[in-house]
Structure formats: structure tokens, C-alpha cells
Design a binder for this molecule. Sequence first.
Ligand SMILES: [Zn+2]
Length: 446
Amino acid sequence: MPQTESPELNLPTSPRDILEALVRIDSTSHTGNLETITLLQRIFASKGVTTHVFREEDGLDANLVAVFPAVGEAAGDSTDRAAKDVLGSDYGTGRGGVDRLEGESTPAHASDAARRGILIAGHTDCVPVTGQEWVSPPFEPTERDGKLYGRGTADMKGYIATFTALADRFLAADLTEPVYLAATWDEETSCNGARELVKQLDTLEIAPRIAYVGEPTMMDVITAHKSMNSFEADFYGIAAHSSLLPRGLNANRYAAEFTTWFHEEIIDRGIAEGPSDSAFLVPHITGGVNRFDGGNAINTVGAHAHLLFEYRALPSDDAIAIARRIQAKIAELDEEMKKAVPADPADSEQAKNVGASLTIRTLLYPLDCGTEGEAAQLARELGVTISPTKVTYGTESGIYEAAGMSAVVIGPGDIAQAHGANEYVALDQLERCEAFFLALLERLSN
Ligand SMILES: [Zn+2]
């Protein structure tokens, strides 16, 4: 048994109290999650649960893994380390999923036979409240009509709080296989916390066979979602008075050419000729250049254009092959632009930097563990409904699937409430979540 520290006063204990404490911490993605991780660390320490904390270099974020060992196994001592020291040269690789494009995609992972344990996975960050009209303050949990309002109540602090409240029971049980809680940083903008977690679990020699990811699903199991892939592109030309066109190079023209190509060749053609699956609300690939900024005046040749674009592809579609085509198209335009530099440019400094470049924001894995996969099977045996619907939003579940786990999404609350003003979780959803964890506990108990 790990050493139990002297119990701290004033720590929340019930699911509701822990959830309220978590909501009071503003963990909007860009502000980091350290305060949340510290609170969870203290709660687990007070219960004698072993935790491993991995701190990011930015000083803002950390992942936490809490360990509930199987009967007869030791959980070991708690650790609290810099993620960089733990991972060494592996640290930060694959941020945004860029490694997949470079052909180093598959994370190293244990064989299926060596896998054991259940990962309860949740992200601790939440989306901003900026510009939203809230009836009650977003970071002050407020109950109305059987619902608890506050940022992150549904997405997804309710899930983490409910499990955390049951920690002593999981620790005291004679578990037939280990259970882990993972609380990760930044899901909402990058999913990089989950990407780092996969490597951190490896260093702990933790290889769960199942991951339950607590995005709000009304406590049904969701087994599939599309991949989500987002990019920025920059086009650098040469500014000139528009009357001196031969001495300039219009960046907007190349950005527009890319935009047309992307819509025709990737999206329109993907819809017409690519895979289709009617279990999705929108049964085919979607995407577009959703923001286009370029140039600065009506009588100046546009020197810079910046695009934001994305696509969401079916699990059966090769999202990485699509990304490589985009990369090749940008390289082609880059070459064309460089060839088009005039001999006598209006701005010789700009002339040196002419070209097109691509930045990958994220290549998020799709999820498709199937309604008969291990995670869905076990949930079904615990009395959970397996939804036939495949969802359009992305989650970190695909990262866990790619790392070799059977992963599905199941959590309290409704995704419809997740990112808007007046986010809430119904209190009976928290009860259903607790019932799910208790059924899991019962199932894994000797
Ligand atoms: Zn979420």
C-alpha cells in the first residue's frame, strides 16, 4: 500500500463537490491546467492513491495518471517530474500529429496480449467563454432545475469528478486488473496532452487494453468519429503600387488558386468519389478554406495571404494521404511563385522571401473501434447502450485507439451543451456516470 499522507481538511469528497471545485478553476486551454492537476493530485494523495504527474516545459500544463493496481500488485511511489526529462528526445515529437505526415506515425506500443487494465481518460481544459452570454457566472457552478451550470460541467469535468470521488473504493477493491485515471492537458485546441500521455504511459509500462474517454455522450457509448485535420497556409508575394504590376507578385492569386484546388480536388471530388457511411450525420468528407486574409489596399499588389482550412474525413478514408497531397500542392505553388519573381522587384527584401508554406495545426486520428470491440463489449455487459450513430466531432479517443487500446467515448451530459453559453450537466447524468463506474468496479472486483 502506498503511504497515506495525513488527510487534508477542506478537500471536496462527493462527485458534486469535486465537480464544483473543478469548475471554479478556470482551465481554459490557453491558461493551462496546473491548478486542476494540483487539486486532483492533493485529493488522490489524501486517499493514498499513487499518481504520476508530467509537467510541460511551458510551465502551464501537466498530465496526471492515478494508479489503482490489481490485487497483489504494488502501485509504487508517486512521481512528479518534468515531461521533458521523462521522455528525453521523444518529448514534443508528434505535437499536432505532424510525425504521421513524416511517416513516423504509429506510436510504439505493447502487443495486444500484454495489454491489461482500463484507462479512464479525461481532458481537464475547457473552451473560452469570451463573447458568450451566461445567465450565471461560468466559473461559479449554479444549480437550476436539476442541472448544474458552469463551464466544463459537461465537457468534461463531471466525468473526472465522478471517478475521482470513487477513488477510495477502487483502491480498496481486490481488482482483477488495474484501473488508471488519466487527466490530460489541452484537448480543445490540439489534443497534444493525450499524444504526450501515450508516450508517458509507455515509460510507466502501463498498457491498458481499454480506454473510456469521457466526452459528453449522455452515457451511451460512441464508437466512431471522423478524423479532424486543420492547417494554415501562407503565401508571400511582393507589394508594389498596383499600376506597377510587373514589379510585384500577387500572393492572393496563388492563395486563391490553392483555395479553388482544395475545394474541387479534395472536398468536391472526395464527396463524389470518396468513401461514404450513412451512420454519420454527414456521410462523407467535409472541409473548406474557412478563413482567407490577403493584401492590404485596393491599389497595392497583395504581398501576403493567410488561409485557415480543415477537413474531416471518414475513418475509412486515408487522411494522411490527403495531407500529403496538400503538402505537394503547396510545394508546387511555392516553386511557381519563386519562378515568377520579377527581375526588378519593387521590394528586394520581399523578393527574397517569396513562396508558399504550410503549417499543420492538427492531424487528429479518426475513431472506429467498432460496436463489437473490447471497450464496447465490456460497456454493453455493464448495461450501457451502444449508440449506432457515428459522431461528427473529434475526440482524443482516436489517439488511444492508434496506440493499441480499444477506445470508445462515454460520458455524462450532452455534447450539444458542451461549448456554448450556459453549459450544464444534468445531475441525473452524474448519477448514471457513477452507476457506470460502480458497475465497472463490481465487474473487476474479486
Ligand atoms: Zn471535451
